[in-house]
Design a binder for this molecule. Structure first.
Ligand code: CP
Length: 304
């Protein structure tokens, strides 16, 4: 695999291997400290990030490699009008692998055509976020000990939430998965996700506006932020941003082994009182993100 643009670039077998390597790294980190010695990762972030960029950088450092890059378009020659293609050809002269985030959907795919080194899509617009999905799969595998037989509630901005689109794509490969799609009418899952993934693979799903209605059935509740940066007007964002706020009272009917996830950043959609509930796994999820990215870097650099 030269590039990771979409979670579909990985087979189910390859995802399983990445999860197993990540778990081995968690148990035996000392075995990996020099695996990427003399290798360089470039993180090119044309859009803000905390977790994705810093977890990639921490991952490469823990593998003994080095990191270069920029954290905003304004601090690169993009601000002078340089194209993504020329930026990528340049960075390929300095690095062995590139993790790239861009507000334009498809930009990492375009970059991968020109690149001489592997490209990892670290999030493109409202489209895809495959390494968050790998993070989510490792989280589910560790916290639920399975990737099949799950009822998964996805709540919030299902229209613009790229992590949701990638997660549905990935989870649709596993046996007996059912989705409860919880969103305001305006932020429903796009038709193409329903037609090309859910209906094509005959995955059961229910669309609802109620967070409480199916709470008792959920094995996983995946909360998402309303994506302010993808709205065309402030008024719509303000009206929808606090549509769902998960708090302790809303969890009264939930299963004792519910796994509450969120790709973060959180704004208001999970009350901080929930953080003390043992079912809240979103900060564990952050930690898993570093280990799965370590496994991914090793795979893409073909290091055993
Ligand atoms: N989950 C996620 O992509 O977080 P950042 O935007 O902070 O990278």
């Amino acid at each position: 695999m030269k590039n990771l643009i979409d979670i579909k670039d990985l087979s189910t077998q390859e995802i399983q291997e990445l999860i197993e390597v990540a778990k081995d790294i968690m148990q035996h980190p000392q075995n990996y400290v020099e695996k990427c010695k003399h290798k360089k990762l470039a993180t090119l972030f044309f859009e803000p990030s905390t977790r994705t960029r810093l977890s990639f950088e921490a991952a490469m450092m823990e593998l003994g490699g080095n990191v270069i890059g920029f954290s905003s378009a304004s601090s690169s020659s993009t601000a002078k009008g340089e194209s993504v293609s020329d930026t990528i050809r340049t960075i390929g002269c300095y690095s062995d692998i590139i993790a790239m985030r861009h507000p334009k959907e498809g930009a990492p795919l375009v970059a991968s055509i020109k690149s001489t080194v592997p490209i990892i899509n670290a999030g493109d617009g409202g489209h895809n976020h495959p390494t968050q999905t790998l993070t989510d799969l490792l989280t589910i595998s560790c916290e639920k000990q399975r990737l099949n037989n799950l009822t998964i509630g996805l709540c919030g901005d299902l229209k613009f939430g790229r992590t949701v689109h990638s997660l549905i794509t990935a989870m649709s490969r596993y046996e007996n998965i059912k989705f409860i799609l919880i969103s305001p009418e305006e932020l429903k899952i796009p038709e193409y996700v329903k037609k090309e993934i859910l209906e094509k693979h005959q995955i059961q799903y229910i669309e609802t506006t109620s967070l409480e209605e199916h709470m008792k059935d959920l094995d996983i509740l995946y909360m998402t932020r309303v994506q302010k940066e993808r709205f065309f007007n402030e008024e719509d964002y303000v009206r929808l941003k606090d549509y769902y706020i998960l708090n302790n009272s809303k969890l009264t009917t939930a299963k004792q082994d519910l796994c509450i996830m969120h790709p973060l950043p959180r704004v208001n959609e999970i009350s901080t009182e929930v953080d003390d509930d043992p079912r809240a796994k979103y900060f564990n999820q952050v930690r898993y993100g570093k280990y799965i990215r370590m496994a991914l870097i090793l795979k893409m650099l073909e290091i055993k």
